[in-house]
Design a protein around this ligand. Structure first.
Ligand SMILES: Cc1cc2nc3c(=O)[nH]c(=O)nc-3n(C[C@H](O)[C@H](O)[C@H](O)COP(=O)(O)OP(=O)(O)OC[C@H]3O[C@@H](n4cnc5c(N)ncnc54)[C@H](O)[C@@H]3O)c2cc1C
Length: 598
């Protein structure tokens, strides 16, 4: 039973027999209950935790896309000793495709590995109701009492010998030492809290003053369609030109259905209708009956609440408004604020002064707010002009690529993204793309020098080619290069070429036509190209590539692949100037050396 406590400092500490009432059993409320019960157990403290939840997660769901992004797995494991059951995961998300007006780019994370399953860096799509039920069941198992009823009122009673919270619901009445508002953006509860916390004369809680509205719909489809069309990628659309009210739209594969959602300060359900009709959106969806879709409405807070804690109360999750504008990661915020609230209550108590520590414990979450607002404003004003140039630069510049990935996935704070990427070099590149237009930045073609002859490579050329390679790399060649070059010539003689100037080999290229591997279509592969440094700028590589591409065309291939080190900006620029763009494949690496050390 809950005990009414006297108005001493000690009375504001949680003690044996204290009751904590949590209003809302979403991720914020459930995480808070789990942490409270685990930590109380460690302190040998008998704590009653009562969660009021109005929804039955077997039937109802909180509106959400259900993307769990890092570091959620790590937070659950480290802070709550919880591991996501595999059955909960509908699909692992490996990356995002960011769509601008004309350009788009596949963003798969640093070093091109967005998801490392069970290493805390993976992103998952889950069914939100299943996730909420999982967390609430964990709280229940630890001893939380879950009351399936909506709270209707709260009263803070402070009299000479009384200092307690009274909580009224559709069924039970509870007396508590502290109340945690984990009710998200429930209008009725926001009003109740604003009202009761202002009653003591001072200024009380004030709800977040700004929102982004969101509409979502689900489209049923086969897993096969998703594998072929979307794979494990979320498609993100920023400010689509023909739907001016939409700030952000997304298409998320969920295994047995696809979830489409839009968000913006002023969006309506009609904007979702329009978004679903965009050609680039329809290209990713199966056929559907536009007249028969279901609409779900939701909102994200986009500004912080005022005074989200006070004497014997605090708020967690959405109700605090401590979310990053644009990429909310609201579930993470809810869980983390829930955990920190529990820690502060147990460590410092539940008086207004004690709960100041809650604000301090969440400084990192609040610190990014102004940077997020800045990024959002910049995007609203200029995205239609500079998003395409940024995407274009991102395709060939790792710094911009990472900045785009981090902004879209929410892997890093806006503060860090701005600090890392606001470099004169990047600004110049984006400005140049903006001024010259995205497609016109190709390097000028060097004029081909006279007397340059491109012909097939023969085994007799191998010595000269390897000497040229040594001159280019400055390193002696490994012995196996000779047999490798010979193997290329015998396997794909048409695609191994040398460029000669007055009987001297000044350049070479080794290519091949292959398919099947990596499930790729039959394609041309440019394996190695080298040009004598004394002949740079004389059109040698261009002549070699022109001849090679002509042969590829004659072989009937439509695509040419090559591989370069992502950090070699000059080489990327060089290939870009010759018409190459960033492709769809991601190179995955397994390191034996690290494995052996580990
Ligand atoms: C369209 C949309 C898509 C989103 N997609 C994502 C996403 O993919 N990933 C992500 O991380 N975040 C996403 N979010 C944000 C995320 O849903 C929220 O930030 C998160 O759910 C907040 O958790 P919470 O615990 O604070 O509140 P909620 O999840 O809203 O939980 C509050 C709970 O309180 C209960 N409740 C309310 N009033 C009462 C009452 N009076 N009595 C008893 N119970 C009550 C409600 O039934 C509810 O279960 C999305 C939001 C929207 C609107």
């Amino acid at each position: 039973m809950s005990v009414a406590v006297s108005r001493t400092d000690d009375g504001c500490r949680l003690h044996d027999g204290s009751t904590v009432v949590i209003i809302g059993g979403g991720p914020g409320g459930a995480a808070c209950a789990i942490k409270l019960l685990q930590q109380a157990d460690a302190l040998s403290l008998r704590l009653r935790v009562v969660i009021f939840e109005g929804k039955d997660f077997g039937v109802h769901a909180n509106q959400c896309v259900g993307v769990l992004s890092p570091p959620i797995e790590e937070v659950l494991a480290r802070e709550l000793d919880l591991h996501l059951p595999p059955a909960l995961i509908k699909r692992q998300i490996f990356g995002y495709r960011l769509h601008g007006v004309r350009e788009n780019v596949l963003l798969t994370g640093h070093g091109a590995h967005a998801g490392e399953l069970e290493h805390g860096r993976a992103t998952y799509a889950v069914e939100r109701a299943h996730f909420d039920r999982f967390l609430l069941d964990q709280a229940r198992e630890l001893g939380a009492e879950v009351v399936e009823a909506r709270v209707t009122g709260i009263e803070f009673v402070r009299a000479a010998d009384l200092d307690e919270v009274r909580v009224y619901s559709e069924s039970l009445y509870e007396k508590a030492d502290v109340v945690v508002g984990a009710f998200g953006l429930d209008e009725a509860m926001l009003s109740v809290f604003e009202d009761v916390t202002a009653r003591s004369g001072g200024r009380g809680f004030e709800r977040p003053s700004k929102w982004l509205k969101s509409y979502l719909t689900t489209i049923e489809t086969s897993a096969r369609f998703q594998t072929e069309k979307l794979g494990h990628i979320v498609h993100a659309f920023l400010l689509p030109t023909s739907c001016p009210r939409i700030e952000f739209g997304a298409i998320t594969p969920k295994g047995d259905h696809i979830l489409v959602n839009i968000a913006g300060e002023h969006v309506t359900s009609r904007d979702l209708d329009q978004f679903l009709q965009l050609a680039e959106v329809q290209a990713l969806l199966p056929g559907f009956d536009a007249g028969a879709i279901n609409y779900y409405e939701g909102r994200f807070p986009s500004s912080p609440a005022r005074r989200p804690f006070g004497h014997r109360y605090l708020l967690v999750g959405d109700a605090t408004g401590w979310l990053r504008p644009f990429k909310g990661k609201g579930i993470n915020t809810a869980i983390i604020t829930g955990i920190r609230a529990a820690e502060v209550m147990l460590e410092h108590g539940v008086s207004e002064r004690a709960l100041q520590n809650y604000r301090r414990a969440c400084t990192d979450m609040r610190g990014d707010y102004h940077y997020g607002v800045l990024v959002r404003r910049l995007m609203l004003v200029g995205a239609r002009h500079f998003l395409d140039p940024m995407i274009d630069v991102g395709k060939v510049d790792p710094l911009m690529y990472d900045a785009l990935f981090d902004a879209v996935s929410g892997h890093d704070t806006y503060r860090n993204i701005i600090k890392r990427s606001l470099k004169p070099r990047l600004v110049r590149k984006v400005a140049a793309r903006l001024i010259r237009g995205v497609k016109r930045h190709r390097a000028h073609r060097a004029k081909r020098m006279p007397d340059l002859n491109v012909r097939r490579m023969t085994v007799r050329d191998i010595d000269q080619v390897l000497r040229l390679d040594e001159k280019i790399t400055g390193k002696p060649h490994a012995a196996y290069y000779e047999s490798k070059a010979a193997a290329y010539i015998s396997r794909a003689p048409d695609y191994c070429l040398v460029a000669e100037h007055r009987a001297i080999i000044v350049g070479f290229v080794l290519g091949d036509v292959r398919g099947w591997e990596f499930a790729s279509e039959l394609s041309g592969w440019l394996e190695i190209i080298g040009v004598d440094p004394d002949y740079h700028g004389q059109g040698v590589s261009r002549a070699l590539m022109d001849e090679l591409f002509e042969k590829f065309r004659r072989a009937g291939v439509a695509v040419v692949n090559t591989m370069v080190n992502w950090n070699d900006g000059d080489l990327i620029d060089y290939f870009r100037a010759n018409g190459f763009d960033r492709g769809e494949y991601v190179n995955l690496v397994k390191r034996f050396d690290e494995e052996e050390q580990g």
